[in-house]
Design a protein around this ligand. Structure first.
Ligand SMILES: Cc1ncc(COP(=O)(O)O)c(C=O)c1O
Length: 294
């Protein structure tokens, strides 16, 4: 949809409402592609087990699709994840491990727990942080829909978690429209991908990159022109405006993307038709909604 309150004569901002997918986020695409590819490779069959580390959205999509295909689903989340997502996962029958906030070298770091579950339960670790099927899902589906719906665009702006969406859409747009299409990644201030000399604490924007660098993003980062650091406060402020002015109840990573678009607009870096994605909905974060109420 066109966001009129963020657009003007020079710039039209388009928001793709991915929270309308059946699993509630853009991650339905990556989850479906990763499972489909594992079936095709003969790694999975009904009754098999899968395990994944997720900030919740991939997990919910995997739990839903996995259940439909007769898989047993193990999910590792960290202790900051929205309790609503954990409840949804349990309702869908997934087995959920909540990992403590420890450094990557610690045995209880979320990824290390997933590797241990894969070993102990003979489960397939889908590993969205390095799985090419995640990138391919957005290369083959999200991008194609954007092009079908909008035709030529001038820029794509998206929060970076695993990097699957930004690199998949970025690669496809650049291949179809040339290097004039600008691809802007949005990262939390102080995160591992913040290009500025960052001071102060690391912002937490659920779903976006934290202290580790995702392998998938590194592999395809040549399709991204610039990374824009955004704080949690900036993201939440835009989320409120989005809700008040446009009636869109999107999640925090969407607020971050809108904040980045405003910055790029003020710097005169974007014009024409610019697209971003509402990855999920604020309904998944009632604790944040309460903060916004005051
Ligand atoms: C709410 C939300 N926004 C953005 C992203 C980033 O998407 P990607 O992992 O494709 O970079 C995620 C990833 O989990 C997410 O959950």
């Amino acid at each position: 949809m066109l966001l009129r309150s963020f657009s003007d004569k020079e710039l039209r901002v388009w928001l793709k409402l991915e929270y309308t997918n059946p699993g509630g986020s853009h991650k339905d695409r990556a989850a479906y592609y990763m499972i489909k590819q594992a079936f095709e490779k003969g790694l999975l069959r009904p009754g098999s087990r899968i395990v994944e580390v997720s900030s919740g959205n991939t997990a919910i999509s995997l739990a839903w699709i996995g259940r439909r295909l007769g898989l047993e689903v193990y999910i590792v989340v960290d202790s900051r994840v929205s309790p609503t997502k954990v409840s949804l996962l349990k309702m869908l029958g997934a087995k959920v491990e909540i990992a403590p906030l420890v450094p990557p070298e610690h045995p209880l770091f979320k990824r290390n727990i997933a590797i241990a579950i894969a070993r102990e339960k003979s489960a397939v670790f889908l590993d969205q942080d390095s799985n090419d099927a995640n990138h391919l899902a957005h290369y083959e589906s999200t991008c194609v829909e954007i092009v079908e719906q909008l035709g030529r665009v001038s820029a794509f702006v998206m929060g970076v978690g695993t990097g699957g969406t930004i690199t998949g859409v970025g690669r496809c747009l650049k291949e179809r429209m040339g290097s004039d299409v600008k691809i802007y990644g949005v990262v939390p201030k102080g995160s591992s991908l913040d290009p500025s000399v960052s001071t102060g604490r690391r912002s937490y924007i659920e779903g976006l990159v934290g202290s580790t660098k995702p392998e998938l993003y590194n592999k395809y980062s040549k399709y991204v022109d610039e990374l824009i650091p955004i704080s949690e406060e900036e993201a939440l402020a835009k989320l409120r405006v989005l809700m008040m002015n446009e009636g869109i109840a999107a999640g925090p990573s969407t607020g971050a993307a809108i904040a980045a678009i405003e910055k790029l607009k003020n710097l005169g870096k974007i014009r024409g038709d610019v697209v971003t994605i509402a990855a999920d909905s604020i309904v998944r974060y009632p604790h944040i909604l309460e903060k916004l109420v005051g």
